[in-house]
Design a protein around this ligand. Structure first.
Ligand SMILES: Cc1ncc(COP(=O)(O)O)c(C=O)c1O
Length: 358
């Protein structure tokens, strides 16, 4: 609390990002769903050949190079693509552009357990929120999202549950909310086998967001995007241009464009992560852990023989960071990002040592 802060600043509960290691600290970082592999070698070439004269000028406002590459990659038109400083920023713009603010507005529907930034943005922009509880098995309660209110936002696959809502169910939500935007946050869709992008030609109320932070190994570059009908993209541009005309810097634009273009490299990167994920899932299940079949680059896993909170602490002592949410219904689970095979083997070794009391 501060007497200099306004009411919003005093009352907001900011998002808490996963712990970042201190410079020089040697840890295995499995807590923020980054990709453990370095970016495509094509990025090194871009950096080596960077014309520093570019840095003296403002970047192109709409990230046209990246939008064109993303449009080719996803088979849409560049006018259907919007780029921002990470999908966090794109989500923030979407909340401001499409969901009504104020006490009398109809609420935005979100799952009660999902990406923790949604309630923060809703509160920051005074958007009333109705949290729809996940079902007992952590799946999204589709019927409850089919009672239209002020719009819908959910992650698919969801985080931290790692579960995918099948497209047929996503379509039910779109059909039931024809007059409001349905925002499907596909930060992890590259590790899944379906995407709501295929529904775009049928639904003008669909906005799909995505990121290069996970599948493209570019979390440090901060490049997120949205794909939707041109009317929605124009709405996002109006908000961007009322906030910051240059959200994506000129280096990020070049790095992102060559990475998206390098399709084979991205496919191989994703399949390496999926193979490691499925191997570690089986290894942990052999140890009595329970977890759903993840469609993401992390596991949402309930340890066996030890509480999630104390395992989190013991792993941390051994230099392995995972994510623990001390929240009702999910406080018996850990969210474990898939690292390299070596990192995941070190995790298994640490889990075994802890089980043996070492
Ligand atoms: C569901 C979900 N959406 C969006 C993001 C934000 O990604 P970024 O801002 O790196 O694009 C994350 C990050 O972990 C996420 O888990």
């Amino acid at each position: 609390m501060s007497r200099f802060w306004n009411e919003k600043t005093n009352s907001i509960e900011p998002y808490v990002a996963g712990e970042q290691p201190k410079p020089g600290q040697k840890i295995i970082k499995l807590n923020t769903n980054e990709n453990p592999y370095p970016a495509t070698p094509k990025v090194s070439k871009v950096m080596e050949n960077l014309d520093i004269g570019l840095l003296a000028r403002y970047p192109e406002t709409s990230s046209v190079m990246v939008r064109e590459e993303l449009a080719k990659y996803f088979g849409v038109r560049p006018e259907q693509v919007f780029c921002g400083n990470g999908s966090d920023e794109v989500l923030a713009f979407a909340f401001q552009a499409f969901f009504e603010a104020g006490e009398n507005a109809r609420p935005l529907l979100v799952p009660d357990i999902s990406y923790s930034f949604y309630p923060v943005y809703a509160s920051l922009y005074s958007i009333p929120l109705k949290k729809i509880p996940l079902k007992e098995d952590f799946s999204i309660d589709v019927e409850a999202f089919c009672q239209p209110e002020g719009g819908v936002a959910f992650a698919n696959p969801n985080a931290p549950t790692s579960l995918k809502l099948p497209l047929t169910e996503v379509e039910k939500i779109l059909k039931a909310n024809p007059d409001h935007v349905v925002l499907v946050d596909e930060a992890y869709a590259a590790f899944s086998d379906e995407t709501a992008r295929v529904l775009l030609p049928k639904y003008k109320n669909l906005l799909v967001t995505g990121t290069l932070s996970k599948s493209h190994s570019l979390a440090g570059v901060r490049l997120g995007f949205a794909i939707g009908d041109e009317e929605l993209i124009e709405g996002l541009c109006r908000i961007r241009d009322s906030f910051n005309s240059y959200p994506v810097d000129c280096i990020a634009q070049r790095v992102a464009a060559v990475t998206v273009e390098d399709k084979e490299w991205v496919a191989e990167n994703v399949s390496k992560i999926c193979a490691t994920r499925d191997r570690i899932k089986e290894e942990l299940r052999k140890r009595g852990w329970t977890m759903p079949d993840s469609k993401t680059n992390f596991l949402f896993a309930k340890p066996c023989g030890i509480g999630a909170d104390s395992l989190y602490t013991k792993l941390r002592e051994k230099g392995i960071l995972v994510r623990y949410f001390n929240k009702p219904r999910i406080n018996e689970y850990l969210r474990i990002t898939i690292g390299t095979d070596e990192e995941m083997d070190a995790l298994l070794k640490a889990v075994d040592e802890i089980a043996e009391g070492k």
